[in-house]
Design a protein around this ligand. Structure first.
Ligand SMILES: Nc1ncnc2c1ncn2[C@@H]1O[C@H](COP(=O)(O)OP(=O)(O)OP(=O)(O)O)[C@@H](O)[C@H]1O
Length: 217
């Protein structure tokens, strides 16, 4: 039987400690391959703002419907901010594949575990810093964190690193030492799923919206 769109465009989960370089590398990947990647639309219980469209900017849901979907295991990640719920649903990720694009999920460890419980058939890449010392240097160098936030991220990084060593969790581990070398490895792994699945020629060109993990930022 011919593979379905979802089988052909397997989502790719990119995880790794905060500061490992996920945003830096993914930004470069998206710029180098426009239209290959799609970004899932999040659910929210907040009210639409002027000009926002259901299904394009967000899937707007009532709190009851949102919580029902949580109970049904319909979310990969969800969180509450400022009294509203936000989440990335399994279906929103499938919609990207059905549209002929690869969905990249930039998520943390708990999200990885959630994805593994779904039928998304994702591929998993872990981005590792060369060392915790270098990670600390980069987090400080980025200049975006308070001391408290740096300490929190470093502590969580140890958990992420330990999880990355569990056999069978990740399909590929890329160490982000030299940026260009890391990029080449990441790009090859991510595009290999697509090449292995046959050509995407004929896919209509469309722009995408960036969806990041909901993470801890
Ligand atoms: N190979 C590298 N060599 C040196 N610096 C790097 C390298 N890769 C990324 N950096 C720098 O490290 C910092 C952290 O990178 P980035 O913000 O991409 O991490 P991240 O994994 O996306 O973090 P978060 O999960 O918090 O969003 C940035 O200032 C970035 O410029």
């Amino acid at each position: 039987m011919a593979p379905t769109a979802v089988e052909k465009n397997r989502p790719v989960v990119v995880s790794g400690p905060s500061g490992a370089g996920k945003s830096t590398l993914l930004k470069r990947l998206f710029a180098a391959h426009p239209n290959v990647f799609g970004f899932s639309v999040s659910h929210t219980t907040r009210s639409p703002r002027a000009g926002e469209q259901h299904g394009r900017d967000y899937y707007f849901a009532t709190k009851d419907d949102f919580l029902k979907l949580v109970d049904e295991g319909g979310f990969i990640e969800h969180a509450q901010f400022g009294g509203n719920y936000y989440g990335t649903s399994v279906q929103a990720v499938k919609n990207i594949a059905e549209n002929g694009q690869i969905c990249i999920l930039d998520i943390e460890m708990e999200g990885v575990k959630q994805v593994k419980k779904t039928d998304l058939n994702a591929r998993f890449l872990f981005l590792s810093p060369p060392s915790l010392e270098e990670l600390e240097k980069r987090l400080r160098g980025r200049g975006t964190e308070t001391e408290e936030s740096i300490q929190k991220r470093l502590k969580q990084a140890e958990n992420e690193m330990a999880f990355s060593k569990v056999e069978g969790v990740h399909d590929k581990i890329v160490v982000n030492d030299d940026l260009d070398a890391a990029y080449t490895e990441l790009e090859e792994f991510i595009l290999e799923g697509r090449h292995g699945a046959g050509s995407l020629l004929g896919v209509e060109e469309r722009g995408g919206k960036v969806v990041a993990g909901m993470g801890d930022s």
